[in-house]
Design a protein around this ligand. Structure first.
Ligand SMILES: Nc1ncnc2c1ncn2[C@@H]1O[C@H](COP(=O)(O)OP(=O)(O)OP(=O)(O)O)[C@@H](O)[C@H]1O
Ligand SMILES: [Mg+2]
Length: 276
């Protein structure tokens, strides 16, 4: 075949991008509807199994809550997904094609998994807007030269995130002057600047006022669909206000899973956790 015919043939087979786009191996494929597959995971710390043959699946676009007693392995599960901890056994896939156990922490972030730790880590000396700007840049060193070069699309994205996190009016305030709750939202906003497909959030409402909690529930609800959000939280009122599906971890495995109503009435869950 002549080159042009070859090209046409490629287009016809819908494979034109196969030779135009560099293969990163990090293209997310959620065509089966599941964004996270954790299977047979085991992690031991000095012989103690913090995660013990864990099987957990999260659907694309879900807002999933993970609950369970202290030491159940919730944070360790997030550590595995983000590459901070390597399991002794099992597999962890991001969509059908990305094997998380073959990637390091920065590659996992780049593939589209963002994590919010409990303690906010915003740049206190900079404004709210600048914090989002720096998060968009990713590489903090290029920041001082970036401001002048923000294009319209980037400004729109920052405005969009400012609205989403409810800090549009505080855009010029120094991040250090924000309330605890506002700092948490700013940090979620900073993660959103990287446009993660999966967002892991560990205990977001600890230390928040009731009003801040309500606002956080709204924020996380508004992210679901576009993003998949996995939230670990102990505050049951908060979990009740956001969750569709709740997974209960206990001794490193799934003890129960279902609607809040279902897990709440599960005697095993009441015994190990809710009955405390
Ligand atoms: N790096 C580590 N070294 C040793 N033990 C660890 C390590 N990380 C976690 N563990 C242990 O593994 C178990 C699970 O801990 P993990 O932090 O995952 O629990 P959790 O469900 O997040 O609890 P909490 O609700 O208190 O945050 C605990 O017994 C903990 O002490
Ligand atoms: Mg924890």
């Amino acid at each position: 075949m002549k080159p042009l015919d070859t090209l046409r043939e490629q287009v016809r087979r819908d494979r034109v991008f196969d030779f135009m786009v560099p293969k990163t191996g990090l293209e997310l494929d959620v065509s089966h509807g599941t964004i996270l597959y954790l299977e047979g995971l085991t992690v031991s710390f000095d012989g103690f199994k913090a995660i013990d043959d864990l099987n957990l699946y999260v659907g694309a676009g879900e807002l999933r809550c993970i609950i369970g007693p202290n030491g159940a392995g919730k944070t360790t599960m997030m550590d595995i997904v983000t590459g901070k901890t390597r399991p002794d056994q099992g597999s962890a896939w991001f969509g059908q094609r990305i094997d998380l156990l073959r990637l390091n922490e920065s590659e996992i972030a780049e593939a589209g998994i963002g994590r919010k730790f409990q303690k906010p880590t915003v740049f206190e000396q900079h404004s709210v807007f600048e914090n989002l700007e720096m998060a968009m840049a990713g590489d903090k060193r290029v920041w001082p030269t970036l401001y002048a070069r923000l294009n319209g699309e980037q400004r729109d994205r920052i405005d969009q995130v400012l609205d989403l996190i409810g800090l549009a009016d505080a855009r010029r305030e120094r991040a250090g002057a924000l309330s605890h709750g506002q700092k948490q939202w700013l940090e979620i906003g900073m993660l959103l600047m990287q446009n993660p497909k999966l967002l892991l959030v560990d205990e977001p409402v600890a230390g928040m006022t009731h009003q801040e909690m309500d606002r956080t529930a709204e924020l996380l609800n508004s992210l679901a669909g576009q993003h998949t959000v996995v939230v670990v939280e102990h505050d049951m009122d908060f979990v009740r206000s956001i969750a569709n599906t709740v997974t209960v971890l206990h001794q490193g495995r799934v003890l129960a899973e279902g609607s809040m109503e279902q897990v709440q009435n599960d005697p095993r869950v009441v015994e190990v956790y809710l009955g405390e």
